[in-house]
Design a protein around this ligand. Structure first.
Ligand SMILES: Nc1ncnc2c1ncn2[C@@H]1O[C@H](COP(=O)(O)OP(=O)(O)OP(=O)(O)O)[C@@H](O)[C@H]1O
Length: 671
């Protein structure tokens, strides 16, 4: 309870701020919450029903036990007839045993349903998140997303699952205890029940505030988790830059916001209890006063009065429980708001109704006048009329300045997004006509940042092909030049790689990723800046394995470092559209791309030009003279990228036949 007036004023200010609902998501109705999440209880409803039945049975046993207590008071205690004691006493004991068993069974059945519901809902939200482009999670704070998948999911369960059981059993208890009280003395019961609306009014007043406070608590809990997650994940940066105190302050700041939100909740629930208790005490005093009067007049026995008081003692907490349900509803509404927001996010790309699996092919890739703008960045397209083709077995290098759209090409090729205009073809089939799963089976992307899970070396390599045997993992590791260093690790292939592979060096991580790609054995390979973060020497070590990985596949190598261009590769350059051309574009209007909110920080759209590189002439497919007025040009203009002589050269070798075999004759070409 709060006693200091200053503190009390501060808290009520916070409360009124919270109640104003600023910064908070719009409220969601109870009906909408049930409509969204009730289907998730399918198959569990019997458990919840069992929970209700057993809880009701326990309540009935309590009603009967109180009746026996009244009987013992009137027939044994008042009359002092001991022989009348045993029969009701044993019945009471029997009822207590049945009530105990029923209570246990009800609690267990409800918990079973609740846990399964949680599992199901969390899986559902996570599955949905997996259908969204990776950018969805990357553009949000990870800690907040995790809070949604944990705390918010639990809050929903407390309403739709166990909360519903509690509501029904509490309502049933109210009916039983009130009914029993009526049977004892209906007129006295009427007087006391008249005070029940006071309970409900208090609950209503509190629930509205509690709901806003709960939404604030959810919000700040997510923010605090984010700071924790970021601080721990970036510890090397934090410590190397001596920013520990800043991170601690950041956490403290978020922690204080969370504390305030929690205090508001504590203040509300702390105040709610005493207010209800005062009403309850008033009722009991009325009952005792009227009861004493009635006993004196001979219209009520002592046993009757005690039983009546006992029913009231059980009835009021049940009514209070009903009121508290309103608080549970408030909390769940705040959580379901945030979960529904995730579930309403639509994937940028879905399988077309008639989509077919990609036929096994050689992996020819063609971009045909592809234009694309990220959602909400229509005014600053990332790609404009990009055309090129990568033939099976060839290495096509795509180069260009930072922000030119190189990585975007990779995202389009695995259909994280679809082009706004133009099409992308795999072995002649438009990607939009293929199922995403089969498409992605045909394309392996090696990302700029090596992505590893915290399992063992073996787990990380086998991720490329689930169910791969140890022999297959080792063969892939040998091809990728991983085997030699893995042999020296304390537990060989079972050695944990640490969080995101941090127990390994950058080069080792990259080679494990290469082994994973080797095992996957897809005909199309996209390497997005594969040497990022590696020094010259390590890059040289990775080149041999990369060369073996590229062998016999359609390889699209994205790099801005032309020293990494393999010998015999064809090079095309992406470059931003020159300023005067952009102005002309703007004047001409951008019909299909010009939708959505304008972005402000995206660089101008690039176009594609063939660059003079070590490979064959690219003009015939990489650049099309007829591709419109602005984007694609056959001539290498002032901004065209030229391929510099490679300092490290890849030597693509023939593609290994399945099952994967190490190639004894292949050695790292070195720098
Ligand atoms: N998820 C996204 N949402 C909005 N805009 C994005 C997103 N990802 C990239 N962009 C923008 O699209 C443009 C092209 O980005 P992209 O990552 O393809 O460039 P890049 O050529 O690969 O650059 P770098 O060489 O630096 O990796 C950039 O202006 C970038 O800001």
């Amino acid at each position: 309870m709060l006693r200091a007036p200053n503190e009390s004023r501060r808290l009520s200010r916070r409360l009124s701020f919270a109640a104003s609902g600023r910064e908070l998501a719009p409220a969601i109705t109870l009906r909408r919450t049930f409509r969204e999440f009730w289907p998730d209880t399918r198959g569990l409803r019997r458990l919840f029903a069992a929970g209700v039945v057993f809880a009701v049975l326990a309540a009935l046993c309590e009603v009967a036990a109180i009746r026996l207590f009244g009987h013992i008071t009137d027939e044994v205690l008042t009359t002092r007839r001991l022989e009348a004691f045993w029969a009701p006493a044993f019945s009471w004991l029997g009822l207590a045993a049945v009530a105990g068993l029923a209570s246990f069974a009800g609690t267990y059945a409800t918990a079973l349903g609740a846990e399964r519901f949680l599992l199901r809902l969390r899986d559902r939200v996570f599955d949905h998140l997996q259908t969204l482009a990776p950018d969805y999670a990357e553009n949000r704070r990870l800690g907040d997303l995790i809070a949604r998948l944990t705390d918010d999911v639990e809050a929903i369960e407390e309403l739709v699952g166990s909360g519903l059981v509690k509501a029904i059993t509490t309502a049933a208890s109210v009916v039983f205890f009130a009914g029993a009280a009526f049977l004892v003395r209906w007129d006295l019961a009427l007087v006391t029940l008249a005070l029940i609306p006071a309970f409900l009014l208090v609950s209503k007043v509190f629930a509205a505030r509690f709901r806003t406070a709960a939404a604030r608590e959810r919000h700040s809990n997510g923010a605090m988790n984010s700071v924790l997650e970021e601080g721990l994940a970036n510890q090397p940066l934090v410590q190397a830059y001596n920013r520990q105190r800043d991170e601690a302050r950041r956490l403290h700041r978020e922690g204080r916001t969370w504390l305030r939100a929690n205090l508001t909740q504590a203040w509300l629930s702390g105040l709610y209890g005493p207010v209800v208790q005062v009403i309850e005490t008033a009722c009991l005093i009325v009952v005792l006063g009227v009861g004493a009067w009635e006993i004196a007049a001979g219209r009520l026995t002592i046993g009757g009065l005690l039983a009546f008081a006992a029913y009231l003692a059980l009835l009021y907490p049940a009514v209070q429980g009903l009121g508290e349900l309103a608080l549970t509803v408030s909390e769940a509404a705040a959580g379901s708001d945030r979960i529904i927001e995730v579930l309403r996010a639509r994937p940028a790309v879905t399988d077309a109704p008639g989509a077919v699996a990609a036929a096994p092919g050689r992996g020819r890739v063609e971009f045909d006048r592809v234009s694309f703008a990220y959602p909400g960045r229509a005014a600053r397209p990332a790609l404009r009329e990009v055309s090129f083709a990568a033939e099976p077995g060839e290495v096509l290098v795509i180069t260009g300045p930072s922000g030119a759209g190189k990585s975007t090409l990779a995202k389009l090729l695995v259909r994280f997004y679809d082009p706004d205009e133009g099409r992308i073809l795999l072995d002649g089939a438009d990607l939009r006509d293929l199922t995403r799963e089969s498409l992605r089976d045909n394309v392996t992307v090696l990302h700029q940042e090596t992505l590893l899970f915290s399992g063992s070396v073996r787990d990380n390599i086998a991720y490329g092909r689930p169910g791969a045997s140890l022999e297959e993992v080792i063969r892939a590791a040998e091809t990728a030049g991983v085997h030699d260093f893995v042999k020296l690790l304390p537990h060989g292939y079972d050695t944990p790689v640490g969080q995101r592979g941090r127990l390994l060096s950058g080069g080792q991580r990259q080679r494990i990723a290469i082994a994973r790609a080797v095992l996957r054995d897809a005909p199309v390979l996209v390497l997005d800046e594969p040497m990022t973060g590696l020094d010259e020497e390590t890059a040289a070590q990775v080149m041999g394995p990369l060369g073996r990985l590229m062998a016999g596949r359609t390889t699209i190598l994205i790099t801005h470092d032309l020293r990494q261009v393999p010998s015999g590769a064809r090079v095309i350059g992406l470059r931003p559209v020159p300023r005067e051309e952009r102005i002309r574009l703007k004047r001409a209007g951008v019909p299909r791309l010009a939708r959505g909110r304008a972005g402000t920080d995206a660089p101008p759209a690039p176009d594609v030009r063939p660059a003079q590189g070590p490979g064959p002439d690219t003009a015939s497919h990489a650049a099309r003279p007829d591709a419109g007025t602005h984007a694609v040009r056959p001539d290498a203009g002032a901004h065209a990228v030229r391929a510099e002589p490679a300092s490290h050269t890849f030597r693509p070798v023939p593609r290994p036949r399945r099952p994967l075999e190490p190639e004894p004759g292949v050695t790292d070409p070195g720098p």
